[in-house]
Design a protein around this ligand. Structure first.
Ligand code: 86X
Length: 702
């Protein structure tokens, strides 16, 4: 061992490498402008020997330790000689104490060209391979004027300031060093502080929504991300639906599936690709949409023989099959539904959920032997859509019929559920249900022999509901603090948060929370117990509020003692206690919350519907971000004039989109509501003055 060390030293000296001995070291200190007081003495291999050397008051004796991990990374520790060097500080440094060993003689030699009783920070210059990853300095040492160290060899002690060691010696060598607390007790504190800091940082990043709902567009962007509904993706107009958001869609699916099953509608799945030939078979209805169709043209490096369209809707995929399946009147009604994705390459500004290039929907298609039956089907489905919005999403809708210019061109008439976003008064089409008449059945030859053996074309309907519905729900119910979920679609309807307190046994508290959770699960409630110990209750309150959980249950010392829970309602922030034996009331409370949210939403919707008898009133209301119900002649020409004129005259007073032109300022017809007063002979169209036929609702729209 000694031999090899001597050889190394020889090489170091011969090659004129830095600090091979103590004289060279002392010369180097002078060269670096480091003032030192030197004491010469016999070798002092142990700490007990070291402290016998008389040093100036205000100077700390330094314990030098060299640690090594399994990958031969070295860590040099300079500790005040009285410091109990613990284990926790490794964690503070992001390292694992379990991997650390005090280095053996040969390792000290390898790394520092030094020996056990002779470890010192100056020897770092011998570490030409950078094996020493960090020099860890005891924070205690900063309290002293100077530190006592050996200049390479332990026959001399020099007193220098810690400041000089750092700034004049380690820094110029480009050496990493860290000043931290080394005892476990202090390291514990430091760890807690760090945790708190990172928590606080997380707070800032994930919690606070920085704008109010009145700054609507920015608010929406923040809510969908901070509630963890959506993650952004690098294809424009496409978004990632995260579990918290996808669960809502799954609830809608479940609910609507149950409804259509009562109508004997069957789920199935049709391919997503359409050959060009097939798509063009039905030119008329495709013509207006052509620009939005996305195509697959290649596989690997080769061109496809025939490009394939990705479904923008599935009429041309399904109806050729319908023609095969429908032969006799006994094959009718045929009722098919599918849950799929859809691609429409739109160029209007995308908004998550509301307008996206890929979205999820259900599309239902039915064929009937009579017109009456088909029409009845159209309205039954429309009622189902109203229920999805009202019973599930707590969003009020207006059922109505689209005007000739707004209907689906391929059908006879289009019914719709429309809603109005209270913040900006924009109309939003919630879902549509079409009466297709015999247009498609004639084109695709979906015909049958009726009971009189006569050939007849089927009467068809189609209807669709998309993930847009989730967007409407977010916009209606969210508030300054974030998302507010109606209880029936919330992944967690209730979150339980234990409030740890020094007077309360943590284990007992946790058990109580767990018991309550189990009771609620038995009542078929969706409950989550948030007993993470690295977040404060306050942080959790904010987080779950932001994610919109309808009810939070707090259990602290008071509640524990009194066998109670504290209930906090998300949508109105109402807070009250209930006894554990009354906990089954929560089911009812959640229903009440749903109803209250729905009632509030209805009022907000109705406040956005105004009436107008003439153009001036109409424009005033439009510019105050309202929709307008007017008497109307039902003439397409009149409708186009209103659209054009309102666009020209409307000033986007509250341009909400930060300069982004998202939508035109013109008003179009949203629908002719099913529920409306009768119009009498002599009552006039608000715009052209001709005989009015029906009321129609106008508005700017999404
Ligand atoms: C209209 C009609 C209809 C079944 C529904 O509204 C409910 C479910 N379909 C959909 N529509 C198109 O037909 C259409 C066609 C093409 Cl080629 C396109 F690129 C976009 C489309 N958008 C809507």
């Amino acid at each position: 061992m000694w031999k090899s060390r001597k050889i190394i030293y020889k090489i170091l000296i011969e090659n004129n490498l830095l600090l091979p001995n103590k004289q060279a070291c002392l010369n180097q200190l002078t060269k670096l402008g480091i003032n030192y007081i030197a004491h010469h003495h016999d070798p002092v291999p142990t700490m007990d020997d070291v402290i016998k050397i008389k040093v100036t008051t205000g100077t700390a004796y330094v314990k030098n330790l060299l640690y090594v991990d399994k990958k031969s990374n070295y860590y040099l520790i300079l500790a005040n000689h009285t410091t109990q060097v613990g284990k926790l500080f490794w964690k503070t440094l992001g390292l694992s104490s379990g991997n650390m060993r005090l280095s053996k003689e040969e390792q000290i030699l390898e790394a520092l060209k030094s020996s056990k009783g002779n470890i010192n920070p100056f020897a770092i210059v011998n570490d030409s391979n950078n094996r020493v990853k960090n020099i860890i300095i005891d924070e205690e040492l900063t309290k002293f004027q100077r530190v006592a160290l050996h200049p390479i060899e332990n026959t001399t002690t020099v007193e220098i300031s810690l400041d000089d060691l750092q700034n004049k010696f380690l820094k110029p060598l480009n050496r990493q060093y860290t000043i931290i607390k080394l005892t476990d007790a202090e390291a514990e504190q430091q760890l807690q502080q760090l945790k708190q800091q990172s928590n606080d940082q997380q707070n800032l990043q994930t919690l606070a929504i920085t704008v109010k709902k009145s700054d609507f567009s920015e608010w929406y962007q923040q809510v969908i991300r901070k509630a963890e509904l959506i993650e952004y993706y690098d294809v424009s107009g496409c978004y990632i639906l995260r579990p918290w958001g996808y669960f809502i869609w799954e609830q809608i699916q479940r609910y609507f599936d149950d409804l259509i099953r009562t109508e004997d509608v069957e789920n199935s799945y049709f391919p997503m690709f359409i050959s060009a030939k097939h798509l063009n078979k039905e030119k008329e209805h495709v013509e207006g949409f052509k620009a939005e169709v996305a195509w697959v043209t290649k596989y690997g490096e080769s061109d496809l023989n025939e490009p394939l369209a990705i479904r923008p809707t599935s009429e041309t995929i399904m109806y050729p099959a319908f023609a095969k399946w429908v032969q006799s009147h006994r094959d009718l009604p045929l009722k098919v539904n599918q849950w799929t994705n859809i691609v429409r390459w739109e160029f209007k500004f995308p908004t998550p959920f509301i307008r996206t290039r890929e979205f999820l929907w259900q599309e239902g298609h039915t064929a009937h032997s009579t017109k009456e039956e088909a029409i009845k089907q159209v309205y039954t489905i429309l009622d189902f859509y109203e229920q999805v919005y009202g019973e599930l999403l707590a969003v009020p809708v207006i059922k109505g019929i689209k005007t000739e210019s707004e209907k689906f061109a391929g059908g006879d008439f289009t019914t719709t559920v429309e809603t109005i976003i209270p913040q900006n008064g924009r109309g939003l089409q919630g879902a549509t249900s079409h009466h297709l008449g015999q247009n498609f059945s004639k084109m695709f030859e979906i015909n049958f022999e009726d009971d009189k053996k006569q050939k007849a074309f089927a009467w068809q309907t189609s209807w669709g509901l998309t993930t847009r519905s989730i967007g409407a729900m977010i916009m209606f119910h969210g508030d300054d603090k974030g998302l507010v979920l109606p209880p029936r679609i919330a992944k967690y309807q209730i979150v339980i948060i234990p409030i740890i307190h020094k007077d309360l046994d943590e284990k007992q508290l946790n058990e109580r929370c767990e018991q309550i959770k189990q009771i609620l699960i038995k009542q078929k409630l969706r409950v989550h117990l948030d007993n993470r110990d690295n977040y404060s209750p306050g942080w959790k309150f904010n987080k779950w509020e932001q994610k919109g959980v309808p009810i939070r249950l707090e259990i602290g010392p008071g509640e524990f003692k009194n066998n109670e829970v504290r209930v906090v309602q998300r949508f109105d922030n109402k807070k009250y206690q209930i006894k554990i034996e009354e906990i089954n009331k929560l089911n009812q409370i959640l229903d009440n919350i749903h109803n209250a949210m729905f009632e509030k939403a209805k009022i907000e919707l109705n406040q956005r519907i105004k009436q107008a008898d003439n153009w001036k009133e109409f424009m005033i209301q439009l510019n105050q971000r309202n929709t307008i119900l007017t008497k109307w002649c039902e003439r397409q020409e009149c409708e186009q004039q209103v659209k054009g004129k309102s666009g020209m005259e409307s000033k986007e007073k509250d341009s909400e989109i930060n300069g982004q032109v998202q939508l035109t300022g013109s008003a179009k017809t949203l629908c002719m509501p099913l529920k409306q007063d009768e119009i009498k002979e002599g009552e006039k169209c608000f715009h052209c003055g001709q005989q009015a036929k029906r009321y129609v609702l106008w508005g700017r729209s999404y």
